[in-house]
Design a protein around this ligand. Structure first.
Ligand SMILES: [Zn+2]
Length: 284
């Protein structure tokens, strides 16, 4: 927020005192059946795993109706998560709209929504071992949808140089390898992330994006239910626990574990969410 001085009107305090209104009340959003998901999870068996190396990324696929878990292993580490419709990469996680619906940080019971025109829940968070953290006295919380992802362009702008292990580049290389294309072809598919385990907020005095040491410890995890067939990519951020800096090789970094679990029993009554119901005529 810039601080160019302006002259306040006489009724400035009265205007500031107007109570806020929630932009998108979520009481009419279709609610996930967490009890159904958790019952199915108890019957699930592990069908795959990938260990994401520090300062690098890896892809994974999750069939609709299965679960995936992202775990901290070895030491505190944050991850940058991208999700796509496995059959159509143009439908992908929409961080901004998810933020508008659920707030700045996600936890169990909340959902990751997809881009227009699909705009439907593509994953539902079913477990969050950091759910206890809440919002701290700085206004910080975990698993944000306010940051974008660390990237070499912003790094070049602010610090100069060519750093190749920002989450944006890690995700780009991992997706390129998965698709069998060059990085330039994969890069436009990389999008704003869910910052898994990252502890962030906005400063009250300047409104600036801040990060602080993640409260995550080995054994902590975030688990998701795949509402559609998903392709995921996860980067183990070069910021490590993001206690000091990112976009360099100075922070201590650790791997992240992704595991996929498929229920043995069918999920009674559950079907993948339909594409958004808007008719797309835009008034014409
Ligand atoms: Zn990063």
């Amino acid at each position: 927020m810039t601080t160019i001085p302006t002259t306040p009107p006489e009724d400035a305090e009265k205007r500031r005192a107007i109570a806020p209104v929630i932009c998108y009340p979520t009481d009419t959003l279709p609610a996930p059946d967490l009890a159904l998901y958790r019952a199915a999870r108890r019957t699930a068996r592990k069908v795959g795993e990938v260990l994401v190396p520090p300062r690098d990324a890896a892809t994974f696929t999750v069939p609709a109706g299965s679960f995936f878990r992202i775990s901290s292993v070895e030491g505190p580490q944050v991850g940058d998560l991208n999700l796509w419709n496995a059959q159509d990469l143009s439908e992908r996680f929409y961080s901004g709209k998810t933020r508008a619906l659920h707030g700045t940080h996600l936890t169990a019971g909340e959902r990751m929504w997809s881009s227009f025109p699909g705009m439907r829940p593509i994953a539902t968070i079913t477990e969050d071992t950091l759910g206890w953290y809440g919002i701290d006295s700085f206004g910080g919380s975990v698993h944000d949808v306010i940051g974008t992802r660390c990237d070499p362009y912003t790094n070049n702008l602010l610090s100069g140089g060519q750093y190749h292990h920002c989450c944006h580049s890690n995700l780009t290389r991992a997706l390129a390898d998965h698709l069998g294309v060059c990085p330039a072809e994969a890069e436009p598919h990389v999008h704003d992330v869910l910052n898994v385990f990252m502890c962030t907020g906005f400063t009250r005095d300047t409104g600036q994006y801040f990060m602080k040491a993640s409260p995550v410890r080995p054994g902590d995890y975030l688990e998701f239910f795949a509402e559609i067939d998903l392709l995921g990519a996860l980067s183990a951020c070069p910021g490590g626990d993001c206690s000091s800096e990112h976009s360099s090789d100075t922070a201590a970094c650790h791997p992240l574990l992704v595991e996929v679990f498929t229920p043995e029993a069918a999920l009674g009554g559950w079907t993948p969410p339909a594409l958004n119901g808007y008719d797309r005529s835009h008034g014409r």
